[in-house]
Design a protein around this ligand. Structure first.
Ligand code: ZN
Length: 691
């Protein structure tokens, strides 16, 4: 998998497990286009199943109609409202790309790039015909590695072209001073989705590891190795990766920024890296060597150091060869690699039954590599300025609700409240697309050179990322492309980001009323805002510095309340034998509950100010009822058991059903809107509440 430039994670509304962000990152059977329904609605009465009691299972009540009309497509590991819109967007992107792919003297420079990149990716016959030839210079470089002393420049080059071997280096705002960018060194180099895949001992995990070794073996065979050697090499890969995995932090540990905060310098890291010259690596990467750096995982780098010292050089070559093949298996290598890659990551790990069409993967690839060039055309065509204005108004209303919410908290002291409100007022709202578009003029896209395009795009991205080191932070930069169906909060920038691709039905509609829009997009805005105040986000101050602004007493009260949610989600068995991880999902669960509560507060005051008749029914439902149904209907999702298992084990988001029912069980206002009895399943007798 390509390494991601942004190191410290941002908190999204859904993860790439649910929504494949790009073919290169695609570890799930990504979304499929079905005939997109002609009109998607935010509140859709036709999806409601009146045979279900809303007080018993609100998710089923709100979504059964959708499930009936949307069976899980064969090339999907899961399919929900997010994928429904993602597919519609993909059709729009396809039209843009097909038009841009027609050579014409009137194409703009960006249109030439996106069009030629797409057309070249689509020409699978040409990719097949070339075989591994375009990759040969890279394979030769690895084959020429003779000693550990030669590793630093080789690794810098492999990282430059997006190969995730051993560790990663990238730019990120300094934890202590969020106004400036420094370099971050992080753990990496695994072929399985997470370090726990290497350490779990249950039968399913043991089987998955065997299947992984088999996958690596087959990839080596496809690359021309004899069977017996390929089998030995696959075992070597597992052994090296297991050592790296065991020395890496768990996903739960990574959620605490203090665990990743180890300021030092290149010279400081070199004191421990006795068998790997970091200075040489940095020089070869053309990165800034001076100044502060962050060693995110010292334990990992210590293990990497011993591994370099005690692993035979031919085994290191084997490991690097695997990661090179793995990085480009998606669409840039012959179909046999592509298919094997799909078979393990989408079928074995996540249960998809059919490969997705190539045009979908090529569309995702252009979005991944040239996202703001494609996004610029997309926004001009599909994102009217009025939508931006209405989203902004809703965001401001929800921020005001959060101010009132903080004022009313009975567990927080006035001192911490004042700081919390300072942070709230400093949040920057970014809606739709960047103010200044990324300049791709230095990236060369050549029609007919598929692998070359993919590599140059990675080199361009790495160079762009590393050039930021030592400079002031650019708060206008986006981590998601405009057509993305997702949203995120960035704790170090203290900003919320809503890409244009998301601000459409079934999540937001200029044609529908506030009850529906506040229940759906409003709850997402509240969700992202709450991330600034969840167990992780609350550790950053208004400027995005990792700095404690809480009194001890308030911190303790926050933790006690958060613990209620940890227990609540720990108790949920998502698939037989696999419970949700309450600590891993805590931030998202806090954001779901807090976000929906803020949207509800904002909607209530909006309705009051507009003198809306709260008893007047539309389609048979009161405005309040439509608010809750719109919330629930954004989560209608079908998921294969394999994917559900992967999600329960490694996704910081709870599965869709619990993002609906468990959240609503904690909100007495919901029970009131549907006159639920105190004993009903949808009522938690001791509701959790933080924000
Ligand atoms: Zn989130």
């Amino acid at each position: 998998m390509f390494r991601s430039a942004a190191f410290f994670h941002r908190t999204c509304i859904v993860s790439v497990l649910v929504l494949a962000a790009a073919s290169a990152l695609c570890q799930t059977g990504a979304p499929v286009a079905k005939s997109a329904s002609p009109e998607l609605r935010v509140f859709d009465p036709s999806l409601i199943d009146k045979t279900v009691d809303p007080c018993q299972n609100f998710y089923r009540y709100s979504c059964n109609g959708w499930f009936k009309h949307n069976p899980l497509p064969a090339d999907q590991a899961s399919y929900g409202r997010f994928t429904e819109l993602y597919e519609l967007n993909r059709l729009h992107l396809k039209q843009i790309l097909e038009q841009a792919a027609v050579p014409s003297p009137t194409r703009t420079a960006n249109e030439q790039k996106i069009g030629d990149e797409y057309a070249t990716c689509m020409d699978v016959a040409a990719v097949d015909k070339l075989g591994l030839k375009p990759l040969q210079p890279e394979l030769d470089r690895i084959a020429a590695l003779n000693s550990p002393a030669e590793l630093p420049p080789l690794l810098a080059h492999l990282h430059d072209i997006g190969v995730d071997a051993f560790f990663g280096m990238g730019s990120n705002p300094d934890f202590a001073d969020s106004s400036r960018v420094i370099s971050f060194y992080g753990a990496g180099g695994l072929g399985l989705p997470d370090r726990d895949y290497y350490t779990r001992t249950d039968p399913k995990s043991v089987e998955q590891r065997q299947q992984y070794v088999d996958h690596v073996r087959k990839m080596f065979v496809l690359a021309g190795e004899p069977d017996a050697k390929a089998a030995r090499d696959a075992e070597t890969v597992l052994a090296i990766e297991t050592r790296l995995a065991k020395a890496s932090l768990t996903m739960t540990e990574q959620r605490d920024p203090q665990n990743l905060n180890h300021p030092t310098t290149v010279a400081g890291m070199e004191k421990m890296l006795t068998h790997f010259s970091l200075a040489e690596y940095v020089a070869a990467a053309h990165a800034r060597a001076a100044g502060k750096v962050d060693d995110m995982e010292p334990k990992f780098f210590a293990e990497f150091n011993s591994l370099v010292a005690d692993t035979p050089i031919d085994q290191i070559r084997t490991y690097l060869r695997w990661h090179l093949l793995h990085a480009y298996a998606g669409t840039s290598l012959p179909e046999s690699f592509d298919h094997e890659n799909w078979y393990f990551y989408a079928h074995i790990l996540n249960g998809a039954e059919k490969e997705q069409d190539r045009w979908k993967r090529c569309t995702s690839r252009v979005d991944h590599e040239l996202g703001e060039a494609l996004g610029q055309v997309y926004v001009a065509k599909y994102f009217p300025p009025a939508e931006k204005q209405r989203t902004l108004e809703m965001t401001l209303a929800i921020e005001q609700a959060m101010g009132r919410d903080i004022d009313g908290l009975d567990w927080m002291s006035p001192a911490t409240k004042a700081k919390a409100k300072e942070k709230l007022h400093a949040v920057m709202n970014k809606i739709g697309y960047p103010e200044k578009w990324r300049d791709y003029s230095k990236l060369k896209i050549v029609r007919g050179d598929d692998l070359g395009n993919a590599m140059r795009a990675q080199e361009f991205e790495t160079a762009r990322d590393l050039a930021k080191i030592g400079k002031p932070v650019d708060k206008n930069e986006w981590q998601m492309t405009p057509p993305t169906v997702n949203a995120y909060y960035d704790p170090q920038m203290n900003n919320v980001n809503f890409p244009a691709g998301y601000l459409q039905p079934p999540f937001f509609s200029g044609k529908e009323d506030d009850a529906a829009n506040y229940g759906d997009m409003g709850s997402t805005i509240g969700h992202e805002l709450t991330h600034g105040f969840d167990d992780e986000g609350r550790q950053f101050d208004k400027d995005g510095n990792l700095k404690d602004w809480w009194t001890k007493n308030d911190e303790q009260k926050f933790n006690e309340r958060a613990e209620c949610m940890v227990k609540q989600y720990d108790a949920i068995e998502a698939v037989p034998g696999v419970h949700l991880n309450g600590k891993l999902t805590l931030g998202e669960n806090l954001a779901d509950l807090g976000g929906l509560w803020l949207a509800w507060m904002a909607w209530q005051s909006k309705a009051e100010a507009a003198h809306i008749d709260m008893t007047a029914k539309m389609d048979g439902y009161t405005p309040d009822q439509r608010f809750w149904i719109a919330y629930a209907q954004q989560w209608c999702t079908q998921t294969r058991p394999e994917q559900l298992r992967t999600q329960a084990e490694s996704d910081p988001h709870a599965p869709a059903e619990y993002r609906t029912n468990t959240v609503l069980q904690d909100l007495p206002a919901f029970a009131k809107s549907f006159s639920c009895k105190k004993t009903a399943a949808m009522v938690n007798p001791k509701p959790c509440r933080v924000w």
